[in-house]
Ligand binder design. Sequence first.
Ligand code: PLP
Length: 235
Amino acid sequence: MAATDPQIVTTSLPTGLALVEREIAAACRDARRDRASVTLVAVSKTFAADDIVPVIAAGQTVFGENRVQEAKAKWPALTAAHPGLELHLIGPLQSNKAKEAVALFDAIHSVDRPSLCEALAREIEKQARKPQLFVQLNTGEEPQKAGIAPQDADDFIARCRSAYGLEIAGLMCIPPVEDAPGPHFALTAKIAARNGLKLLSMGMSADFAIAIQFGATHVRVGSAIFGHRPPLTAR
Ligand SMILES: *Cc1c(COP(=O)(O)O)cnc(C)c1O
């Protein structure tokens, strides 16, 4: 898009992105952190290419999707048209989709069981691709939620490394909706530190500023950028 065309700029300026950027900058200042230490992952799940292109045009380069099939349908054309984009998988991954996931994504935030580790290790070797890997923690120990329980995290991370030769870059968590998120972020940061992990994927539209206080390096923000999504059942 021609950034000099005033008509196009005024009709497609993504306000959500600008507001999120402003809040990230303020949270970084409050926490005395460098803005460059926080990566904004713009979560575009359920949104069509037409909604995503203005956000790319505004300078956003890192995007998140929660389903392999949806990402596969949407992103190859977008990445071909806009070189330099990074695509992150933030949703659960079935082992039988590891091949597609390794081919498509630059980061996977949902490593949470040995069978998936095995499938990922095989594809990483075969495809000679190296997506950044995050182990997902279930800090609230919610039965319906994916992720490793906090008390099993050290063992699981060690096993990822020793049994599967995976390089784990960081941890991801999704606090229970009814809880204050701070303690979940703090616990995730503590487990990362004692396992020598530098990256922390935590914080969504409602709580990314708090996550930045607790050291988030990746905030996954969807609705605050793109607007409300249709309900889960309609996806
Ligand atoms: C959808 C989703 C997000 C973004 O949620 P918002 O509340 O819209 O910001 C972040 N992380 C994961 C894992 C998601 O599935």
